[in-house]
Write a protein of this length. Structure first.
Length: 166
């Protein structure tokens, strides 16, 4: 890359950064919605997927002192998507679906549903199949937690329902 081309690219990037602030752009994670979420109380079921989503949310959001309580109801749906010539399923789709309700006393709850779908191969070895399904559950839980945190933060920011900083 020539020196003049690099200089032009650097100037264009700098100009883009300067103009982004003037247009009202505010990163989602810097807004009041996201700062209200760390440390929220999570109520969920007792299945493995519930534990995985809960743990992923806590890792994603971190610790804090949120006035919110999140109620989750998560379930898994598995369906074969790849059938071998012998009629045996060799690839599966795993969908994690959660219904959520973010609650705070005196504030209208934020409720909805979110789903994430991942795929996994089904090896013939039973131990390998268990490992593949377990990995798929973990991936689905991480994706679900990330998307849920983003959705809740955006909704809180849209509603302007962040807690008082005092």
């Amino acid at each position: 890359m020539s020196r003049s081309l690099r200089l032009s690219a650097a100037l264009a990037a700098g100009l883009a950064l300067l103009t982004a602030g003037g247009c009202g752009f505010q990163p989602l994670y810097a807004g009041p919605g996201y700062t209200a979420l760390p440390g929220l109380a999570i109520e969920s079921g007792e299945d493995r997927i519930d534990y995985l989503v809960d743990a992923a949310l806590r890792r994603h959001l971190g610790d804090g002192d949120s006035p919110y309580r999140l109620v989750l109801s998560t379930r898994l749906r598995e369906s074969p998507i790849g059938i071998s010539a012998s009629g045996v399923a060799r690839r599966y789709s795993l969908t994690a679906l959660t219904r959520y309700s973010l609650q705070r006393e005196g504030v209208e709850p934020v409720s909805g549903r979110i789903s994430e779908t991942v795929q996994f191969d089904a090896p013939a070895d039973p131990a390998a199949l268990i490992a593949a399904r377990s990995d798929a559950e973990s991936r689905a839980a991480r994706l679900l937690a990330e998307r849920l945190a983003q959705t809740l933060a955006a909704e809180l920011q849209r509603r302007g329902r962040a807690p008082d900083p005092s």
